[in-house]
Design a protein around this ligand. Sequence first.
Ligand code: MSP
Length: 494
Amino acid sequence: MKRFYITTPIYYVNDKPHIGHAYTSIASDALARFKRLDGYNVKFLTGTDEHGLKIERAAQSAGQNPQDFVDQVSENFRDLSNVLNLSNDDFIRTTEPRHEKAVIELWNRLVQNDEIYLGKYSGWYAVSDEEFISEKDIKEVDGVKVAPSGSVVEWHEEESYFFRLSAYQEKLLSFYENYPSFIGPDSRRNEVISLVKNGLQDLSISRVSFDWGIKVPNDPKHIIYVWLDALTNYISAIAEDDFEFENYWANSFHIIGKDILKFHAIYWPAFLFAADVQPPKRVFAHGWWTNNGEKISKSKGNVIDPIEITKEYGIDAFRYFLLREVTFGQDGDFSEEALIRRYNTELANDLGNLLQRCSALILKYRDGFIPNSKVVPSGFLTNIRHEIDQQNIGKVLDILAHEINRTNKYFSSAEPWALLKSNDRRDQSEADYVLAQTIDIIKCCALVLQAFIPESAGKILDYLGVSERTFDGWYASVGTNEIGKPEPIFPKIA
Ligand code: MSP
């Protein structure tokens, strides 16, 4: 069976889940679900990033020891699977033994391959980003030194192990050239290439000034740099079985936000080259959401809580909005008005009403049995697969919305309600054709929508008596073909 391995970033546990976490997870979930429906053996991984200075300090300010703190907060992220209807197959925590084992093994390989040396780090560190910042990138805002991300930096000076990142400039550049699909979307590739062309410095990969993390083998006063630790999660979750590892890793996709592209597209492949492991297949960086046009931040108090939103509008309305509103890869603006507009226009009106109008006629004139037609839009699934393989999630929903819109127009202008009242045999068979065609298109759309709005799409397929739900059954229309008990699938949001 073809394999597909998809991962979200592992989330820092200093914070509760917000729209950024929800977005990456929902997008990854849609891709995972699509591939499962399309017959792949899928592993969808998410989890939590629990080590490092930032978490140690968060635990301190919560007055808890770090272990208790992370045990507690990581549960909020585990709960996201229910809150957002995620289909992850695994949830990894960097405090788990299986993870520590993989990190130690990676470290040992780097040592064996002479990729690590002991030195001294002195420079700026942004705790909130867990990132070293070079002097030339530091700015001063209101007398405070900050990183380009806006995070406050501190001066750190300590003994540290270094990774020979500077030796990987050429290798990385030729890798990006030979594997142009490694970084998506395309526009992000050039960004990474120019960063690498600007030159790479050796990277500090251990710390002695705090305690909360994985200890360096044979030198336990050193704690392994939290990004080296965290990135390894993608391997730890599949490392237990060699066969699984080979097959998943060769088809691995990391979905991340644009702010952490450097770690995934520069450091990560360099660490892997140094450890004689192939880089993942693709890293795709999505954009950032603003809230009503404003940058989201805790200090502004405009953080969007996915639990609140899904309580108010339902999981599928939230999922649909996030995936439909922007081209995946670009930034987007969140507002409740825009969410309501999208949902009401495309789900409640276009799709919901069409389904309702068409099935009402079938119930009234055909005893609830859907006339047979099997008119499947040609090339539809092929186009959609093509978009999915480039993570063009928004484009897929665009195709579906157009298809439904087109079918609405067709249905209205064919006036099947008038044909059904006629005594002419030809009118009756014409009506059958219109009803069957309309339902078939809704079925096809619902089959695909299972990936994006799984609960509502499932209800549509239940209602239409479709029992074969994978794309294998695309032309089969297996099921009773009888309209079921009506239930409101997309109640309009007032
Ligand atoms: N722990 C690291 C990732 C390690 S992966 C080996 C991390 N964690 S995080 O909790 O900060 O992750 C946040 C994720 O949410 C990132 O992918 C980030 O891009 C995303 N977002 C945070 N705020 C966001 C928005 N306002 N909009 C969209 N996504 C944003 O980074």
